[in-house]
Design a protein around this ligand. Structure first.
Ligand SMILES: *Cc1c(COP(=O)(O)O)cnc(C)c1O
Length: 578
């Protein structure tokens, strides 16, 4: 094994100060997906975007962190929706060498009784004050490995249980081995962003000579992200026996008991600190996992990434220091109305130009435009809007237009059916209520949408939305939320001030099934009674609300605040700023 320091390999002399050496980094952030920029397609949705945003804020704030994920050569996938509304998927073509640097280090992980070699590519995200934060992308696709092992790092969330188990062993066990090989010796906190990297616990156990399971906990913290059961990996011992190193099998069975391995359980049991991603989600998770020790750190977004150029210019002019201290966005209340409106209309035109280019549909920039874009998972209910089509037309005809986007996981048939439904509705009622679907929702499209629409619609089935982050991106661009009271919105919602709610208060809506029609009716009623009249008849009130969305929501729901919270509550890193 070669011991090299990170600084030796990166030829960028400006950044080569001692402080940037791996030895001085104390936090390692592990995530199955990381979305750092649109050209690196190693993410599928909210989890990856959050990871990228946290990394960016950590770099801006000078937090001594390094990040680890996998290099997916085939990305997630490119979405096409055909004439009939069927989603088709094709692999993403990208060249890691265009954005990342291959390192000479190589480690191996035992899978199915043979050593699989792993190497790493690095991407340096450089924070606003010049502090670099390395992100390591693990890769098995090179000559030393057999063809079947080379493809282990090709697909994000592709393949079967065996494929996933192999990937998670590469991420957890391989990731830690790689960090050691790179010279990281003083990591005090391994942050598991969701359970996927939980096998890090086994490698930590090996490092201490398999002595004390309880001691693993000292070095690990865990963030749980979803109250949807399908979001939690579970591996049977039948599979684990086949794939995992026998020494690890012996210990994982003793650590986890007879039922197989739930990666969430693993994270919960062997972390010194666990958090959920909103206050409501913490409450739901404490019940779900029967554990009192689940804290809440509500998610955020990276402010400068998700603020469109027009608004960034405005903030630069009127709000000193907002870029590295987004809490200052409180001062948005002082922005001149005309300039806010102009910046917004400019972003809207950009989005409508994209719509025209891609769909041939010319939308009107003076018509209230509502956006709905997120992974096409059933619980997000993209089709709730179509519960009563006649009512929808009555309320919206000539007054509202809708823009949809979102990918369904390739195996998610209900998700795909939802896309088909939107497509079909667009055909049926499009002349009264224009509806367009933009293909291939990704970071770039998310930027355009979350700045270019007038209002962001969010109506998941409660309490499934752990947090949600797209609505936070909107608030950075003066786009208000119109949302079910779930996830972050319970904390960000001030009725008639930062946006509007849909459906019952969170206390009223319990975990049990409730009448979904209630949400749909409330949605139509509020559109009719509040949203549409405010937009068309009380424009000054609308702009007043836009400014309050920025001042009250964006100032808080940003990853600078999130990273500071992690430093205080979980990392034990004294926040020193830059
Ligand atoms: C922000 C973002 C998400 C997360 O949005 P939610 O509101 O959590 O559903 C998903 N996908 C992309 C491409 C994003 O940019």
């Amino acid at each position: 094994m070669t011991i090299m320091t990170y600084g030796d390999n990166i030829g960028n002399s400006m950044l080569k100060t001692l402080e940037h050496d791996p030895v001085f980094r104390s936090v390692a952030y592990f995530s199955m997906e990381i979305a750092i920029r649109p050209e690196i397609p190693t993410y599928s949705g909210g989890l990856g975007v959050l990871a990228g945003d946290i990394i960016k804020s950590a770099a801006d704030l000078g937090v001594p962190m390094a990040a680890v994920t996998l290099l997916y050569r085939k990305g997630y996938f490119i979405q096409h929706v055909d004439q009939e509304g069927y989603q088709r998927e094709s692999p993403v073509e990208w060249k890691p060498e265009e954005y990342l640097t291959l390192l000479p280090n190589e480690i191996s992980v035992m899978l199915e009784g043979r050593p699989v070699k792993v190497r790493a590519w690095v991407y340096d995200y450089v924070g606003q004050s010049g502090y670099p934060l390395p992100i390591y992308f693990l890769d098995t696709d090179f000559e030393s490995n057999a063809p079947a092992d080379r493809n282990l790092t090709w697909h994000l969330y592709g393949g079967d249980q065996r494929y996933r188990l192999c990937q998670e062993l590469i991420l957890g066990v391989g990731g830690l081995r790689m960090l050691r090989d790179l010279g990281y010796r003083n990591i005090k906190t391994f942050h598991l962003n969701e359970g996927h990297a939980g096998f890090i616990t086994l490698e930590l156990l090996r490092e201490q000579g398999y002595e004390d399971y309880d001691k693993i906990r000292d070095k690990v913290i865990f963030t749980t992200h979803t109250p949807v059961p399908a979001g939690h990996d579970h591996f049977s011992y039948e599979l684990i026996d086949k794939v995992m190193d026998p020494v690890f099998v012996h210990h994982i069975k003793r650590m986890m008991g007879p039922e197989g391995v739930s990666m969430t359980e693993l994270g919960l049991r062997y972390s010194r600190y666990t958090n959920a991603v909103s206050i409501k989600h913490a409450e739901v998770s404490r019940n779900m996992f029967n554990s009192a020790n689940i804290d809440a750190v509500t998610n955020g977004v990276h402010s400068t990434t998700w603020t469109c150029p027009g608004f960034a210019k405005l903030y630069d002019r009127y709000i000193a220091g907002w870029r590295n201290d987004p809490s200052r966005l409180i001062q948005a209340l002082q922005l001149p109305d005309e300039e806010v409106w102009k910046a917004h209309q400019a972003a809207k035109m950009k989005l409508l130009a994209r719509v025209l280019e891609e769909t041939g549909r010319e939308l009107d920039a003076d018509v209230l435009t509502i956006g709905f874009a997120r992974r096409a998972a059933a619980y997000k209910r993209a089709d709730l809007l179509f519960s009563d089509v006649k009512r929808l037309i009555d309320v919206c005809s000539g007054q509202v237009q809708f823009i949809f986007a979102g990918k369904a996981h390739p195996h998610d048939e209900p998700g795909k059916a939802m896309i088909k439904r939107i497509h079909q509705m667009a055909k049926e009622i499009g002349s009264a209520v224009p509806i367009v679907f933009l293909e291939n929702y990704d970071m770039s499209l998310a930027s355009l949408l979350t700045s270019g629409v007038d209002l962001w619609l969010n109506n998941p089935r409660r309490p499934r939305e752990a947090s949600g982050t797209s609505g936070m991106k909107c608030t950075h661009n003066g786009v208000m939320n119109f949302s079910v009271l779930d996830g972050w919105w319970i904390e960000g919602w001030v009725e008639d001030v930062t946006g509007w709610s849909i459906g019952p208060d969170p206390e009223e809506a319990e975990l049990v099934e409730y009448d979904e029609m209630q949400d749909a009716m409330d949605l139509y009623n509020k559109l009719e009674d509040k949203v549409i009249p405010t937009y068309y008849q009380h424009r000054e009130k609308w702009i007043w609300m836009m400014k309050h969305a920025i001042a009250l929501n964006a100032s808080y729901f940003n990853t600078h605040r999130v990273v500071k919270e992690y430093c205080e509550k979980a990392y034990g890193v004294v926040f020193r700023g830059l």
